[in-house]
Write a new protein. Sequence first.
Lengths: 330, 351
Amino acid sequence: MLLAAALTLCAASQGLAQKLNGAGATFPYPIYSKWFSEYSAQHSGVQVNYQSIGSGGGIRQVTAGTVDFGASDGPMTDEQLAQSKVKIVHIPTVLGAVVPIYNLPGVADLKFSPDVLADIYLGKISNWNDARIAKDNPGVKLPDSRINVVHRSDGSGTTYIFTDYLSKVSNDWKNGVGRSTAVPWPVGIGAKGNEAVAGMVRQLPGTIGYVELIYALQNKIQYGYIKNVAGNWVKGSIEGVTEAAASVKSMPADFRVSITNAPGKNAYPISSFTWLLIPNPAVNAANGKVLKDFLNWMLDHGESEASALYYAPLPPSVGDKVRATVAQLK
Amino acid sequence: MVNLKMQPVRVPGPFEAPSPAGEKPRTPPLGAEPSAIRKFLLSRGSSAMVDSAFRWLMLVCALAIFAIVALIFWELTTRSQLTIHKFGIKFFFGSAWDPVNGNFGALPFVFGTLVSSLIALIIAVPLAVGVAIFITEMCPRMLRGPLSFLTELLAAIPSVVYGLWAVFILVPLLREHINPMLIRLLGWTGLFTEPNFGIGMLAAGVILAIMILPVISSLTREVMSAVPHTQREAALALGATRWEMIRMSVLRNARIGIVGSIILGLGRALGETMAVTMVIGNRPEIVRNLLAPAYSMASVIANEFSEASDDMYLSALIEIGLALFLVTIVVNIFARLLVWAVTRGAPARVA
């Protein structure tokens, strides 16, 4: 499918094209490339070239003014915005989530309280038959074996979302480790990419890891429940993620908001937006106009295609706010 | 364009080389076609200009190497100014790696790169030299072709394929069979202790060994087959056994080339990224246990570069690149000194 999208992009370049360049996050790349190829097909002469070089690279390129738009899985910091050559507007596009996957033969639907998950990743809980895990899972026979912790070794938005959540639910995590695309992990081994984390968990009994929800759904990997702020046990799902976004009480005007640990009744707590970073005013006025049109198209048509690729679409309340922001783009 | 058409150079041709009477002329008789090379040399005019232009061109090519090395060094140092200023020399001896608080040190990565390469050499060198000896000295003719073809084929496999193979075959093999044995037999050394994940420093060393084996063995084989046959025959004629002959005349004469091939293999091991990342466990820690996860310089750059957004973090990663560059240079200088020490004025010895 990606190949087809790439071919479409190549084909579009043959004509006299209005060419937009973008760069950034890898996580939303599948849906972005689908959107861009469809948009190009419907608007002859428009070609969007998106390079998924990672959020860090996306932020660097857009703040240096070398691309028409950037993309990032984490919002830019105040410091980054202050240093930027151009004024940046954050536009949330879709949502993703991170789920804890584990390998315990014969144990299905394991439940994790937030503090237990944090303490497993802090190394404070190191055995599967720990009393605190047992307390969350009454009636489940837990093996007396070491917990092998696996985390991402590459810098990634997934790690950012996961550590952002752990920072909110555990003070020890917040003060000792912190949130970032790569952190000094207290325990565990690092694996490169979602595939490698899932591979390690599949291979080695007694292992726990975390992957993007899309990855777990597409590959049918078993993942655990998490207790949300409302006190309900929820399993990662597209609906739970959208509800988390809708339940954020005060959405800031610039959309730079973390929606982990959201208050909604069935909100899935380890969720996040992914953003397009739009320079305002545009670097190239003609391209800016096309970009604005694309963003409206995305809100009208693109969002409904998100769940087919296992991304959660923006909840309507957020969509309306985004539409208002897009209208103000120059 | 300079006028290249100058006076034809006098090349003694068939027309002016009178053969001494009574001898059969070595050149073809008059009227016969001269050889292709001679025809070309006779027809092309002077080549003095071309020769000197060629010489300068080659000089530029050679100097380009210096320029490239200098450019790499310059680029790495200018791009890592932030961390060079903040941490100074301590960067290379610090063992923290905390992107959240902007605290960086390269030591665990240097350690991981050096130790995994050392493990690779310890495993690969005896094996590679053994393969080379077998192929050049004692292999049945019908096995020689396939064997050397297969060794060279190993060198052509992309490293990510090695990595995949390691993840799915080597790591489970180590975890289930080899590591428990090592823990039982050699646990007392402290080098092999629990926890046993399968992945870790040892797995990285083993996969590197497999990757550098063909480099070392095919070069060693070339060097060994370049040893003149008379050397072997002389040793055998003096009453040496086959092993003594190999040791005294083949290995001894080929040792410089063998060390050279080991250096090349080491170079590949130091810089290898993909396969190592997939099995080393990616944990920046210095521990004695070889079964524990570790990290290498090339791996951390590949892993974290694309998502490193703040300047200090980026600068730290580039300085890791600088560290890798320096380590490679130091290791190469050290290896050259070793070659020099081994070979300087060596008389024929039996040892």
